[in-house]
Ligand binder design. Sequence first.
Ligand SMILES: Nc1nc2c(ncn2[C@@H]2O[C@H](COP(=O)(O)OP(=O)(O)O)[C@@H](O)[C@H]2O)c(=O)[nH]1
Ligand SMILES: [Mg+2]
Length: 335
Amino acid sequence: MEKIGLVGFPNAGKSTFFYLLTGAEVQRDLYPFTTIGKNEGKAELRDELLIRLSQAKKSKEIRNFKITVYDIAGIVEGAHKGEGLGNEFLGFIREADLLIIVLRGFTDEKVPSYLKEINPQKEKEIIISELIISDLERIERKLKEKNIPAELKEKLILAKEKLEKEEEPDEIPDFPLLMAKRKVYVINSDDKKGNYKLDVKNPYFICPFKILEEMRELDEDEREEIKEELKKEKFNFPEEILEYSFNLLGFIRFYTLKGEIASSFPLKKGKTAYDAAGKVHTDIQRGFIKVEVAKPFDFLEVPSWKELKEKGKIETHGPDYVVKDRDILEFKFSK
Ligand SMILES: Nc1nc2c(ncn2[C@@H]2O[C@H](COP(=O)(O)OP(=O)(O)O)[C@@H](O)[C@H]2O)c(=O)[nH]1
Ligand SMILES: [Mg+2]
C-alpha cells in the first residue's frame, strides 16, 4: 500500500500533524532536527458511510483500513547539498508515494520560524526548488554512467527538460523522482482562512494543527462546538486532507459487512473483484467463485442481503468485475 510523507521546514508543524493523523506521540520541541530520520505511523481513514452501514447491519465492530504516514525530518535550504540531515532526508522522501507539504502559517514568538517570516508561498517555492535540484543532480549523475539503456536515457532527458522549466516530470519506473510524486499542500494556521494564498494548481488546505491538538483534551460537546466554529471559518480538517490524498493516489474503497465486522478496504481504481478478494483474504481469492454487489444506499434502505436479493438489488459478477467506489461486496468462494 502506498505511503504518505510529511515534508516541510523545521517547526512548520509536521510532527503535530503526524500526531493528529496517527495518534502516535513523537518528540516535538523547538529544535530544528528534533525528528531524526523518520517516524512511521498508521492513519486510519474514518468513514461516515461505514458507520451508518454498520449501524444498519448491527455489526459489533468497525474496521477501517489504514495508510502509512512518515514524519520526516525538516527540510532546509541546501538539503540537496547535505545540509541539515539533507541527503538522508531526501532519501526518506523518495520512499513516499505522495508528499504532504506542510507550510507554516502560524505566528508564535516562542516557536522560531526557519524563514524568519511567515510566508507559506515562499516556503513552498524553496521546498520545490530543493526537490528540483535534488532530482536534477541525480539525473545528471545517472546520465554520466556508461551503458544506461536507451529507453531510460530518453526518459531521463525528458524529465530533465521538464524540471528545468520547473514542471513536474512523469514518473520513471525504478528511478523515483521527488518532483514526479503527487503533492498536497497544507498551511498550518489558526489565522482566518484567506489570509494566505498559495499559487498551486490543485486545491490546498488550511488546517489549525495546534487547536485540533489541544481539542483532544476537551470533552465531546466542547470539541463539537469548536469544530463547528472552525467549519464556519472554512478551516479544513485532517480527515479531509487524508481523504483527498487517498483519492489523489488513485484509490477507491469497498466494504464488506458479512459476519459481525463491518470493514473497509482500499483498492486502486480500475481493479477487479478478483483483486479485491485478495485484499480481504488470500483464501477468498484462491477459491473465488463469484461476487455479489450491493450499493450502500440500497443497503441503508433495506439492510438485509436476502431482501435486497428478492428486490433485484444485488448484482452478481465474476472475477473481472471492475469494483466501483463504495461497493459492498460479498464473495462466494470454495474453501
Ligand atoms: N502557536 C502555534 N504553535 C504550533 C502550531 N503548530 C505547531 N506548533 C508548535 O510548534 C512547535 C513545532 O511543531 P512540530 O510539530 O514539532 O514541527 P515540526 O518541526 O515541523 O515537526 C511545537 O512546539 C508545536 O507545539 C500552531 O498552529 N500554533
Ligand atoms: Mg518534527
